[in-house]
Design a protein around this ligand. Structure first.
Ligand code: PMP
Length: 450
């Protein structure tokens, strides 16, 4: 009660708005895939602080690396040279294909995307940026412009040069993900509407071309895309979409930016970076979240050529590349290797998707199961015929029920209709079974009540 009072009086009121549960879970402690609240209740954490804890809460190896660095040096800026910055930059660059070799360290995903926008504009001399429907790229005023989902935008963002449809400096592309304009089910597979709202790749690409036709070609600075949309609800591209989109953007003088904030560091299982699943090499890769296993950090990796054009100005970031952050992030990369994290993501993720697909057959209200590795979306509908989104009240009931049975999951999608499963990538098959039983029970309970 006292904490609720403090929350009301002294905390950023925004956190009351984004609080998922009727009564917030006061998290006190974490270990690997587990969280404990102040009352000692244990939860299986399948949302990882919004897809952020990559190798496990308070992972012993990462914690030890942080401790060591905390005792040696907390802070100096990149005015000085210090080993963790150099060691980490070299290590991170070794995870990316040529010619992506130059690393910039930031403190968050929004900062990384802000910087990427600036870099792209300086490099190309152009201004317009294309982002996609359903995308989320950050909460800073600039990245709010990149973000498509109106739920995460202030109306004043229009005054910052961004409208919800098209604006002079940032405009969203036409691609709706696997999204039907009439139906909320974001999947081509699911949509058989006679109007042909759900389009195949050439139609999405056609829309992209249309977007270009309504803009001046020499004005395109960049194209931003998440390899799989995260906040958008694990929305995936049609095959070859990114490849063709990259080609079109480059033909028009723009650079291609992969926002790997959610998809990086092995989360998609089959690849270390999400873009590798699309057979493309971006010009700029932005990352955050999983990079530090929860320690505040972000990064950009780009080409020497783009870095050279950026070097014409001066960019400084007090905390970017902080020694402790670098030590933590370096240990995260080692841990992903040593613990076989990416393989776990692939194995447990594939198992979860297979089993969730069975629940989809069983229940009228599970519209779609999609994603890759441990980036999974379960889209809920009123029924499979209408494909209308399951209303927020019903979503909340299931969500609370899942929590009361000891599992924390996430929510996303343009209508808040998609449950998201993006756990620390140390979960086991037993954890997956536990969640599946809980999810099954909570949906069963809801169907009984409805
Ligand atoms: N890009 C993507 C794909 C994200 O999911 C997020 C955060 N949800 C961001 C960027 C912004 O990251 P941050 O909250 O660290 O600023």
């Amino acid at each position: 009660e006292r904490m609720m009072e403090i929350r009301r009086q002294n905390c950023n009121p925004m956190i009351m708005k984004v609080t998922y549960y009727k009564k917030p879970v006061f998290v006190h402690q974490g270990y690997m895939q587990w969280l404990w609240d102040v009352d000692g209740n244990r939860y299986l954490d399948l949302f990882a602080g919004v897809a952020t804890v990559s190798v496990g809460h308070c992972h012993p190896k990462v914690t030890a690396a942080a401790e060591q660095q905390l005792k040696r040096l907390w802070h100096t800026t990149n005015i000085y040279a210090y080993p963790p910055l150099h060691e980490y930059s070299e290590k991170l660059a070794s995870y990316l294909p040529d010619p992506l070799k130059v690393v910039y360290l930031t403190n968050s995903g929004s900062e990384a995307n802000d910087l990427a926008m600036l870099m792209a504009r300086l490099y190309t001399g152009n201004f317009d940026i294309i982002t996609l429907r359903g995308s989320y790229h950050g909460g800073s005023p600039q990245t709010m412009g990149l973000t498509s989902n109106a739920a995460y935008k202030y109306p004043i963002a229009n005054g910052l040069g961004c409208t919800n449809t098209m604006c002079p400096d940032v405009f969203r592309g036409p691609w709706g993900g696997r999204h039907c304009r009439d139906s909320p089910v974001q999947t081509i597979r699911e949509c058989s509407c006679a109007q042909g709202h759900c389009m195949a790749n050439d139609q999405y690409i056609g829309q992209l071309k249309e977007t270009f036709a309504t803009s001046v070609p020499s004005q395109i600075a960049a194209f931003f895309g998440e390899p799989i949309q995260g906040v958008g609800g694990a929305v995936q591209y049609p095959k070859n979409y990114l490849k063709e989109a990259y080609k079109l953007v480059r033909e028009r003088g723009g650079v291609c930016i992969a926002d790997e904030v959610q998809t990086g560091f092995g989360r998609t299982g089959s690849h270390f970076w999400g873009f590798q699943g699309h057979d493309v090499i971006p010009d700029i890769v932005t990352m955050a979240k999983g990079i530090g296993n929860g320690f505040p950090m972000g990064a950009i990796v780009t080409t020497p050529e783009i870095a050279a054009s950026f070097a014409k100005g001066v960019h400084f970031n007090t905390f970017g590349g902080n020694p402790v952050a670098c030590a933590v992030a370096s240990s995260v990369l080692d841990t992903i290797k040593e613990d076989g994290t990416q393989q776990i993501s692939l194995d447990v993720g594939t198992y979860l998707m297979t089993e969730l697909a069975k629940l989809r057959e069983k229940y009228e209200i599970i519209g779609d199961v999609r994603g890759k590795g441990l980036q999974i979306g379960v889209e809920m509908v009123k029924d499979k015929a209408s494909r209308d989104p399951l209303p927020p009240q019903a979503m909340s009931e299931i969500f609370e029920d899942v929590k009361d049975m000891g599992v924390l999951i996430g929510k996303g999608g343009l209508y808040g209709q998609t449950f998201r499963i993006q756990p620390p990538m140390c979960i086991t098959m037993e954890d997956a079974d536990f969640f599946l039983a809980v999810f099954n029970k909570s949906i069963h309970n809801y169907m009984e009540r409805r």
